[in-house]
Design a binder for this molecule. Structure first.
Ligand code: ZN
Ligand code: ZN
Length: 358
């Protein structure tokens, strides 16, 4: 991981935004900038220097992990110590990660600073750089995607009428741990029958019905990086209407994948999926965005959605996951992860998208 390069870039962007310092409080951003994976810390970037403040529990871990930053284990609360360091460094403007700092924490910093520096809210400053992955990051993501893909068959094997959705999720999550995952990237979704029409149907105690769609949406964390995939299978013998619905989502997903290339606006990728569903008269059943970035976090920029202006660049890793959800009947979603290449994109998820009947 190129921590020095990341630190250099963030220093440059601070200069461009007329900020002399930045207080990094979002843990994935701290990890991205200096490698520290502990949960109690702030990272201060001031005058081009990086200082990590953490508490006594993390002394050894910080020594082992942190790259390119000084580590301080203060006796006082870490936020107070960081604010005092800002005051001592004589910087005049300090950026705060406004999306990742509580009102109470900001007040605490302001109190310690006593107007010796001005606090300025920032948004997505480090996230902006995290969108484009380094080759080493893509490698980690690829490994996480492969591991998760290998769990799909185990989940499908557990799907039978009468089995609770939770039992399917349990099989899948047990297999994930056995395969070496650090954990799940989010709460596993197993949504069967009419519940498959809930885009975020967390696995419930509901038994799987004798016929209907089952949406499986799951991901793992491996070496810090997340994966995310969805497949929809059918319990029973698929009717013509079931096949039509499934094929429409599959075509929409394929159209969006084919729209991915550097220079494209993310809204155009979203539009590609939506227009396929519009032709199939299913567009009104597709009420979420087409995808999102994935990396150290399961949901990170860019959002692949209507009205979003972000432009795709090589190295971005995003999901493509259109779906249709017919209330009271059921839903279908198909989700892959792709990495933007210099010419188009590479689909990372190797799992088949044929309609599977179980
Ligand atoms: Zn997902
Ligand atoms: Zn997703």
């Amino acid at each position: 991981m190129d921590y020095r390069g990341r630190q250099r870039r963030v220093t440059q962007v601070l200069g461009a935004r007329r900020l002399q310092a930045l207080l990094v409080t979002h843990l994935p951003n701290v990890r991205y900038l200096c490698g520290f994976t502990g949960s109690a810390c702030v990272l201060l970037v001031a005058n081009g220097r990086f200082t990590l403040f953490t508490d006594g529990r993390y002394r050894e871990q910080a020594r082992a992990e942190v790259q390119g930053a000084r580590v301080i284990v203060p006796k006082s609360p870490i936020l107070d110590a960081a604010a005092r360091a800002i005051a001592d460094s004589r910087v005049k403007t300090v950026g705060l990660e406004s999306e990742h700092m509580s009102v109470a924490a900001e007040a605490q910093v302001a109190r310690t600073l006593r107007s010796r520096a001005r606090l300025r809210p920032t948004q997505g400053l480090v996230e902006e750089y995290r969108m484009v992955k380094e080759p080493a990051e893509v490698d980690r993501i690829r490994t996480a995607v492969r591991l998760a893909s290998g769990l799909f068959d185990k989940a499908v094997a557990a799907i039978r009428p009468g089995v609770p959705e939770q039992a399917v999720a349990a099989e899948l999550e047990y297999a994930a741990r056995q395969a070496g995952a650090d954990g799940m990237a989010f709460e596993t979704i197993v949504a069967a029958g009419p519940r498959s029409a809930l885009p975020h149907g967390r696995a419930s105690a509901q038994p799987i019905p004798r016929r209907g769609f089952v949406v499986l949406d799951f991901g793992v964390i491996l070496a810090g990086y997340c994966s995310d995939m969805t497949r929809t299978v059918y319990v029973g013998k698929p009717t013509a209407e079931v096949r039509r619905l499934y094929q429409a989502v599959r075509d929409a997903q394929q159209a969006a994948i084919e729209a991915v290339r550097p220079g494209r606006k993310v809204s155009e990728v979203d539009g590609a999926a939506r227009s396929v569903l519009r032709r199939a008269r299913l567009a009104r059943y597709f009420m979420h965005s087409t995808g999102h970035g994935v990396g150290l976090e399961i949901h990170e920029p860019p959002r692949i959605a209507r009205g979003q202006q972000a432009v795709l660049r090589p190295g971005m890793v995003i999901t493509i996951e259109p779906g249709v959800y017919v209330p009271g009947y059921g839903g279908v979603r198909i989700e892959d992860m792709v990495v933007v290449t210099t010419a188009s994109c590479e689909v990372l998820t190797p799992t088949t998208k044929e309609l599977l009947a179980v």
